[in-house]
Design a protein around this ligand. Structure first.
Ligand code: PLP
Length: 371
């Protein structure tokens, strides 16, 4: 009999388990850890959205929707996004989270051997999705400031490069691109004829000046946004993709044979979400950013994040991030080593989406460990 592992596809073998999952498994064994590893808000879904979801279920919105999602939500997103971009944003369809949008974008655009570029450090899923599609992700070193250095990015472009992935505000660095950087990224995409995939899942969490999406300057952009982070709906699996008709139509076709549609009653509730102001929650996270940065900057070399809810300090004293994270776990603090997001293991990620009390206590422990 064949070993069961022999049945597993090369595709599945080529993807290694998420380093974040390994930390989650560790967390399950600790008693009341200070958990800085979770990439989701600590506030709950707004009551108005919960009521709308329950009401939608009671009213019978429990069947498949059209593959592209319900018209009320698509039309609303189309109107608002087009107004924001200052041009028609193209076609819009509702995805199963931004993850769903990323998966379908890669599936629709990447042939075996094709390449995509993003900055290193990057959101882990990008690399694995490219691998699954038989493509390759080239992650361009953005250390130590995590900025978009156009010269470095341009050097990484080859004739096989199809797509430039931007993620601003960034997971894991919290860095938000400046308007000069956005201009430079758009100029590169135009010059080298690339699709610009703009993962804007954290756009609500921007603490300094809010800048226009790169899609406002370049029609060959795919904008991916969602409700997971902005409205604390990580378990609802809702997002949307907007972009050129030819590409969106291909993504919708592939959605038909994969996700089928995003959860029906929750699509109805997302129309309510569009009317919920999340300003207070964002303001709270702005304050948490200041609290965490203020504490860590005393002991760590760290870039001040301008968005999302992550901070990415450098490990002190020549330790690897893996070693530092092990020391932190011994003190009941869970953080994620940089090599989960990067070719380098010199930094670690903190998610500051937790209580002020845990933030203060956890940061003090990390500062003690830094010596
Ligand atoms: C940069 C980035 N993109 C996409 C996602 C996926 O979000 P979801 O599928 O929950 O919408 C995440 C989640 O952590 C993320 O950090």
């Amino acid at each position: 009999m064949r070993d069961l592992n022999d049945f597993v596809s090369q595709r599945a073998h080529a993807v290694d388990a998420s380093g974040i999952r390994k930390v989650f498994d560790l967390a399950a064994k600790l008693k009341d850890p200070i958990n800085f590893s979770i990439g989701q808000p600590d506030f709950d879904v707004p009551d108005a959205c919960k009521d709308a979801a329950i009401d939608a279920i009671r009213r019978g919105h429990n069947r498949y929707t059209q593959t592209q999602g319900i018209a009320a939500l698509r039309e609303r997103v189309h109107k608002d996004l087009s107004a924001e971009l200052g041009r028609d944003c193209g076609d819009v369809f509702i995805t199963s989270g931004v993850s769903g949008g990323l998966f379908l974008a890669v599936l629709a655009l990447i042939n075996p051997g094709d390449e995509a570029i993003c900055l290193d450090p990057y959101f882990v899923m990008y690399k694995h999705l490219l691998t699954m599609a038989g493509g390759k992700l080239t992650a361009v070193d953005s250390y130590p400031d995590f900025r978009f250095h156009a010269d470095r990015v341009e050097k990484a472009i080859t004739p096989r490069t199809k797509m430039l992935i931007l993620n601003s505000p960034c997971n894991p660095s919290g860095v938000v691109m400046t308007s000069e950087e956005i201009d430079a990224a758009v100029a590169l995409a135009k010059k080298h004829d690339l699709i610009l995939l703009s993962d804007e899942i954290y756009e609500e969490f921007t603490y300094e000046k809010r800048l226009p999406s790169p899609a406002s300057m370049y029609e060959r952009s795919l904008v991916l946004r969602g409700y997971s982070k902005s409205h604390a709906m990580t378990g609802w699996r809702l997002g949307y993709a907007a972009g050129p008709t030819q590409i969106i139509q291909q993504m919708v076709k592939l959605q038909q044979y994969t996700f089928v549609c995003a959860p029906a009653p929750l699509q109805v509730a997302a129309v309510t979400a569009e009317d919920c102001s999340m300003t207070d929650c964002v303001e709270t996270y702005h304050r948490k950013r200041d609290l965490v940065f203020g504490k860590l900057a005393r002991k760590f070399e760290v870039v001040k994040p301008q968005g999302a809810f992550y901070i990415f300090p450098k490990v002190p004293n020549g330790m690897t991030a893996g070693e530092f994270c092990t020391k932190a776990v011994e003190r009941n603090v869970l953080i994620i080593p940089g090599n989960v997001f990067s070719a380098f293991d010199t930094h670690f990620r903190i998610s500051y989406a937790t209580t002020d009390e845990k933030l203060a206590r956890g940061c003090d422990i990390l500062c003690e460990l830094a010596g």
